[in-house]
Design a protein around this ligand. Sequence first.
Ligand code: PLP
Length: 404
Amino acid sequence: MFVREKIMRLADRIERLGSETAFTVSAEAAAFASEGNTVYPFHLGDINIMTPANIMDAAERAMREGKTRYCPNAGIPRLRELLAENVNRSHGINYTMENVSIQPGGKPVINKFLLALMNTGDEVLYPNPGFPIYESQIAFQGGKALPYGYVEGKETFTLDMDAIERQLTPRTKLLIFNDWQNPTSAECSLQELEKLSELAIKHDLYVLCDEAYYDVRYEGKSISLASLPGMAERCVILYTFSKKFAMTGWRLGAAIGPQDIIDVITRLNVNDESCTNHFVQYAAMEGLTGDQAPVRKMLDIFKARRDVAVDILNSIEGVRCFRPNVTFYLYPNITGAMKRKGFDDLEAFRKALLHETGVSVCTRLHFGHPLEGEKDCYLRLAYSGIDIEDIREGLGRFKAFVEG
Ligand code: PLP
């Protein structure tokens, strides 16, 4: 009775607050493992490789040197400068430290970007399938979420540009764009980026460029939408140390963009967390300026894992999977495999896979509600948190499950 009364008193907006259901899958996998079962963890984009030792040493040193108090709300100036220089080199933009606000992770940039720019009822285009926090935060803050999808091509997924164009109205104010995309690993061509920038300029949109996987790539070079002419003044980059430096649990990222928006985001820092963890920012400086060999080694490990996983997945009847050059996610189409096993419910397939083989994955359903006309079924596998032998073993079991 007491609990029920409490729930009745929650704010109405809580009904619109979503979640990141990959964490629910983690809990389910952990419960299954606690019963003595072997679990092959492909569900969460976490990294089972240690943060480079030089970064850990820098954090420890900073703590011992007393960097344990509050620091400036926008982050320590030297880190802001270094990050601006770093992004200028990779993106060809002219940021200064005034364009950088340090954050406790990349994720808070989503919430703060919307708080800074979205009014109630404003329309926001966002990717679906996509990182679930976009839709959650748009709805929670009273915006209107307009999903756009990705289309399965011959060698990769491509952005459904028509869906973006079709939905633009005078009320559309913001575009959330996640190149090197989670979950599809899609990457836009330069022509697509040019088209997007043309639309953003024509319709006067601000853009959140979620660049969480900018540096997680095995071949080629990332091109940011923010680098295109006329775009730096309307893009806020979500930068994160999580994936690039194996620092997911350290919680460190940044918002990088036009100074007037960055100033507002820093004012939100004052209201929320005061400042990002002080000594962790010294570790980040070491990450940016120190030895990059551990980062290259990690990418080599990921690439080997990717190749093993893709080869096995493509050997399974009714499964097809691209070999993306970016991120550490695979998004195989399993429509045929489900049919073969007699499943028409993706969630039922996922649960059966976990309980019969120990292979734990997310599915399309963990990345938003399927769009109208979407017929095929997809899983999302992360290979960042599982060793190559376990990838072989787990996906071998997956194969036997489907074909047996
Ligand atoms: N954006 C995307 C697309 C992600 O996949 C993630 C994490 O998985 C994030 C943002 C947030 O990462 P973090 O808060 O660890 O920087």
